[in-house]
Design a protein around this ligand. Structure first.
Ligand SMILES: [Zn+2]
Length: 412
C-alpha cells in the first residue's frame, strides 16, 4: 500500500490506498528511488547491485505516524485505573491530586536517566508495532527546569535511537499545584509559560509545536488563544487538545489560528465540523482514550469524514488515559467504535497523520523522494491488520532504509 497521491485525504479519497500487487521498492541512502510493480523495479540497472530483502508476499505500508503522544513520563497510573473501574470519574480523581498532577509529581522526582530509559524502552516497542515517527509532548513537568528536561530528552532521543521524534511544548497541560488556590494563580502560571519558558523553548529550538489542553479543569478558550498566539509569534505552530470532556470552542480557535491539528473532538458540534472541513487543520481522533476510560461517546468520525475534514488517528500514548503504543489497536477501535473502514483507518494513521505533523513532504506514503519508512505485516490482506485486535502482526519495521525491527528474518 503506497498511500500515494496529492494532498491530504478527505472524504472518499481517504479510502484510496494506492495498492500495488506484487510490488517492490528501491531504496538508496534511506530514501525511496523507485516504487512500483516488482518486475519493473527489478529491471532497473541499479536494482541489480542492490541488497534484496524478500518479505515473502506480506503486506507493506508506510510506517505508522503517531501524531499525538505524551512519551516522557515517570510511571504508570495503574492505581487510578482501578479507582476508575470501581466508580470514580477522571475529573474526581484529578480534583483529589491524581490525574495529570500525579504524573507531574512523579516526573519532577525522576532523574533524566530514568526518564530516558523508560522512553527508550517505549520507543523500541513503537517500532515493534510498526510505528516509525512519534510526536512527543512535554507537559508533565510544568515548571521551567522539568519542562526543559523533557524537551531536552526529546532532542537527545531523536538522535540516539532510530525513530523520528517530533517535539511539542505542552506547558499548558494543566495549572500546577503550586499555582492553585490564589485567585491570580492561573494568570501567573500563563505568564511563566509565555514570558519565561517559551523564549527558552524557541531559542534552543526544543519544539516545533505548541499545544494547549483547552477544557474544563485546564485552560479556557481565551487563555488558550493567548498561549497559542504567544507560541506562534515565537515560531511554534499551534495544535490543540479540543472538545474532549466538554465543548469549549477550542476547535473554532484551532481553525482561526491555522493550527496543524485539533485533537480528541468527542464533543464537537455541527458548526465545529463545518469549520474543520473548510480548513487545513487536521482532526486527530484518539479512540484509545475513550476505550481506556470506558466512555461510550467517541468522536463522530463518520460525520467528520463525510463533511470533508482531514481525519488522522493517533494513540495518545500516556499513563493516565491511553497507555498503549499499538497503532494497530487504534485501527481496531477506529473500525469498531468510529465506524471507519480499514482503508480509511490506515490512511488516517499514515499520510493524514504526516500532514498533522507538517511532515507530508518526507513521510506518510511510499513515493519517490520520501524516506524509506516501512511497516511489513504478517497478514494475507490489509484488512486483517485491524481485524486481529490486541495482537501484533507487524513482521518488520524499516526506518530510513534500515531494519529496526524484524521477526524471524531469514525464515520467510
Ligand atoms: Zn493528549
Amino acid at each position: 500500500m503506497t498511500l500515494r497521491g496529492d494532498g491530504p485525504r478527505r472524504g472518499d479519497s481517504l479510502s484510496n490506498l494506492g495498492v500495488i500487487k506484487d510490488g517492490a521498492l528501491l531504496v538508496r541512502d534511506g530514501a525511496i528511488v523507485a516504487v512500483g510493480a516488482r518486475a519493473k523495479v527489478e529491471s532497473r540497472p541499479e536494482a541489480r547491485r542492490a541488497e534484496k530483502i524478500d518479505v515473502g508476499g506480506r503486506v507493506v505500508l508506510p510506517g505508522f505516524v503517531d501524531s499525538h503522544t505524551h512519551l516522557i513520563h515517570a510511571a504508570s497510573r495503574a492505581e487510578e485505573y482501578e479507582l476508575k473501574i470501581t466508580g470514580a470519574t477522571y475529573e474526581e480523581i484529578a480534583r483529589s491530586g491524581g490525574g495529570i498532577l500525579n504524573s507531574v509529581k512523579k516526573l519532577r522526582a525522576a532523574t533524566s536517566a530514568a526518564l530516558k530509559k523508560r522512553a527508550l524502552a517505549a520507543l523500541k516497542q513503537f517500532a515493534v508495532y510498526g510505528t516509525t515517527t512519534v510526536e512527543a509532548k512535554s507537559g508533565y513537568g510544568l515548571d521551567v527546569s522539568s519542562e526543559l528536561k523533557i524537551l531536552g530528552l526529546h532532542k537527545e532521543l531523536n538522535v540516539e535511537q532510530p525513530l523520528e521524534i517530533v517535539s511539542t511544548f505542552l506547558g499548558a497541560h494543566v495549572v500546577p499545584a503550586e499555582f492553585r488556590g490564589a485567585s491570580d494563580g492561573t494568570e501567573r502560571y500563563i505568564k511563566l509559560l509565555t514570558e519565561k519558558l517559551m523564549p527558552e523553548v524557541a531559542g534552543q529550538k526544543l519544539a516545533e509545536f505548541c499545544d494547549v489542553f483547552c477544557d474544563r479543569g485546564a485552560f479556557t478558550q481565551e487563555q488558550s488563544k493567548h498561549i497559542l498566539q504567544s507560541g506562534k509569534w515565537r515560531g511554534l505552530t499551534p495544535r490543540v487538545h479540543a472538545e474532549q470532556l466538554t465543548r469549549t470552542g477550542a476547535t473554532q480557535l484551532a481553525v482561526q489560528l491555522d493550527a496543524a491539528s485539533c485533537d480528541h473532538l468527542e464533543q464537537v458540534n455541527r458548526s465545529d465540523i463545518r469549520a474543520l472541513a473548510a480548513s487545513e487543520t487536521v482532526a486527530t481522533l484518539l479512540p484509545g482514550c475513550d476505550f481506556h476510560l470506558g466512555l461510550k461517546k467517541y468522536a463522530p468520525a463518520r460525520e467528520l469524514i463525510e463533511a470533508g475534514t482531514i481525519v488522522a488517528l493517533a494513540t495518545d500514548y500516556n499513563p493516565g488515559t491511553s497507555p498503549t503504543l499499538s497503532m494497530a489497536m487504534i485501527l481496531s477501535l477506529a473500525c469498531t467504535q468510529l465506524r471507519m473502514t480499514p482503508a480509511e483507518a490506515i490512511a488516517a494513521a499514515t499520510i493524514n497523520a504526516a500532514y498533522a505533523l507538517r511532515r507530508e513532504a518526507t513521510i506518510g506514503s511510499l513515493e519517490v523522494g520520501k524516506q524509506a519508512d516501512l511497516a511489513v505485516f504478517e497478514v494475507a490482506d490489509y484488512r486483517e491488520i485491524p481485524y486481529y485486535f490486541g495482537v501484533n502482526t507487524c513482521w518488520m519495521t524499516v526506518k530510513r532504509g534500515k531494519i529496526i525491527h524484524s521477526r524471524d528474518v531469514g525464515k520467510n
